[in-house]
Design a protein around this ligand. Structure first.
Ligand code: ADP
Ligand code: TRP
Length: 317
């Protein structure tokens, strides 16, 4: 038994990882893991992704890419548990139990639901229910910290509220989790200055090759008119301190092309080692599947024990 508090986090396998995912969420996961202070569970949230990806070949590919991505940034499957949400049926089982103690108006207040409602006129039950599955993900492992980007904060509050409600109704069962959000990079901007997001097409992929880096940096919107192209600077600041950037931006004041070239070099040196590991891992999908299968077994043994406790608490065994 690992005596350390648990850390759990997850990402949906819905597309290419980008540097917003890295600086907003993954970097902290790696740092907390490397600190040795937590027992870490890192999840590929494939059942959450099913709301968006309904093509089996694509789903399988995206799961492998995300798992390889986690490993390439330094999350070692030999030393922590990397697993697929779908490997542990307790997640969906507990989500159902939470549904029964949760009201519709409460779920209708979720930002993600409101955004979906603004875009589509018929929202799936899975989209509506998204926070309950995420609460189950977190609470099943008695997770003490959940490192994520700013946009996920409300979901963690939903998990806390749900834990409190369950504990009040059925007795002390779940630990209340804390979000872990780095304020300095809470929202990483994209090439157009809006939040970097695959749904806006404004990303810099985390494992981009040099050609893509050049193409994306050249597309950064620079209509600021001043000496410093703000959207270029905002991304550059992720890679170098303000003190390091000052001389570069002074030397090339007003020369957007030179500043973009400097950003391209810094991005390429930052990305290259991770890209090499990622490409290497993607050459052996069977190794990725095997690591995920092992992780699934380890996760299930923790989650199933918690489920026993839940079943006793609600009186079904
Ligand atoms: P996307 O918006 O591209 O679909 P996801 O919603 O899949 O990204 O996010 C996965 C993780 O990365 C979450 O923890 C989220 O908070 C974090 N994240 C995504 N985009 C950003 C960003 N631009 N800045 C900070 N964190 C981000
Ligand atoms: N909802 C998260 C996202 O969109 C992914 C996620 C699912 C997650 N379950 C989780 C994150 C549990 C942290 C903990 O990024």
């Amino acid at each position: 038994m690992n005596p350390n508090p648990r850390l759990l986090s997850g990402i949906k396998p819905t597309g290419e990882l980008h540097i917003g995912n890295y600086f907003g969420a993954m970097k902290q996961q790696v740092e907390l893991f490397q600190s040795g202070a937590y027992e870490c569970f890192i999840m590929v949230a494939d059942y959450h992704a099913l709301n968006f990806i309904q093509n089996p070949a694509q789903m399988q590919q995206l799961i492998r890419e995300l798992a390889a991505g986690y490993m390439a940034v330094g999350l070692d499957p030999e030393k922590l548990t990397i697993f697929k949400q779908s490997s542990v049926s307790a997640h969906t089982e507990l989500a159902w139990i939470f549904d029964t103690i949760t009201t519709m108006p409460y779920l209708m207040r979720a930002h993600a639901f409101k955004d979906a409602e603004a875009k589509e006129n018929e929202i799936s039950v899975g989209t509506f229910n998204y926070p309950m599955l995420m609460a189950a993900d977190i609470l099943l492992y008695d997770s003490a910290v959940v490192p994520v980007g700013q946009d996920q904060k409300q979901h963690i509050e939903y998990a806390r509220d749900t834990a409190e409600k369950f504990n009040r109704t059925f007795g002390e069962t779940f630990l209340l989790p804390e979000p872990h959000i780095l304020e300095s990079v809470a929202i990483v901007p994209g090439t157009d200055g809006r939040k970097m997001s695959k749904s806006y097409g404004n990303t810099i992929p985390l494992f981009a090759n040099r050609e893509t880096i050049i193409e994306r940096v050249m597309s950064i919107v620079t209509d600021s008119g001043g000496d410093r192209p703000e959207h270029v600077y905002a991304i550059h600041k992720l890679l170098k301190s303000e003190a390091e950037l000052l001389p570069i931006y002074e030397e090339h004041a007003g020369k957007y092309k030179a500043l973009k070239d400097a950003l391209i070099e810094d991005l390429d040196s930052f990305i290259a080692p991770m890209r090499e590991r990622y490409e290497e891992l993607m050459t052996s999908p069977e190794m990725i599947d095997e690591a995920l299968a092992r992780g699934g077994e380890a996760a299930a043994s923790v989650a199933n024990e918690k489920m026993e406790q839940v079943r006793r608490a609600i009186g079904v065994m």
